[in-house]
Ligand binder design. Sequence first.
Ligand SMILES: *Cc1c(COP(=O)(O)O)cnc(C)c1O
Length: 213
Amino acid sequence: MINEEVVKSLLEETKNRTIVAATKYGNEVDILNLVSLGIKDIGENRVKVFLEKYELLHDADIVWHFIGHLQSKKVKMMINKIDYLHSLDRLSLAEQIQEHRSLPLSCFIEVNISNESTKYGLPIEEVVSFYKKMRNYDKINIVGLMGMATHTDDEAIIRHQFSKLTELKSEINSLADKPIEYLSIGMSNDYKIALDFEATHLRIGSILFRKEE
Ligand SMILES: *Cc1c(COP(=O)(O)O)cnc(C)c1O
């Protein structure tokens, strides 16, 4: 169940940014409820669940984001159904997208800003050269960078990690190439901090939903 009060105050608080609702905690009724409240950017992180929801909702006014780790072997079955990919993090994935996507896909490069080995994403040092390589893939349009900060109550750590992504974006944009516009940072526990770091896309999940009684 969607917590409508939270959605309304979030929309007020995050004007000019895009809330991508991470809907892994909800079903298709919840998604339609979000759309009616004004959140039409919907993010799924599992291919199977995405395909099930897409099947039911592809006629609705929804912008589909894939935000989770994407296995190369699953690209073919879903890549032409999404509008944005937030988790481009390796060449082998780019190859699969180039092969199977019909129209250019707007992609965020996922960067491992927390440096935790369990997290996905390119190491910071590799991002600029990866970005340059992506110019050769005409089915991939790099629109931004995505990162996930360490889950912690220590704001200083989160700020430090977000700032790395803001810096990386300026570095890429100083290469005088086509500038990238977007930063996909901020989740339920740290989106307020992300607002200070040029976040354009906030991927917010758990706080949108009511806890089951
Ligand atoms: C679930 C998820 C989110 C949102 O997380 P919350 O803490 O529930 O807001 C953001 N990004 C990705 C990739 C997710 O899987």
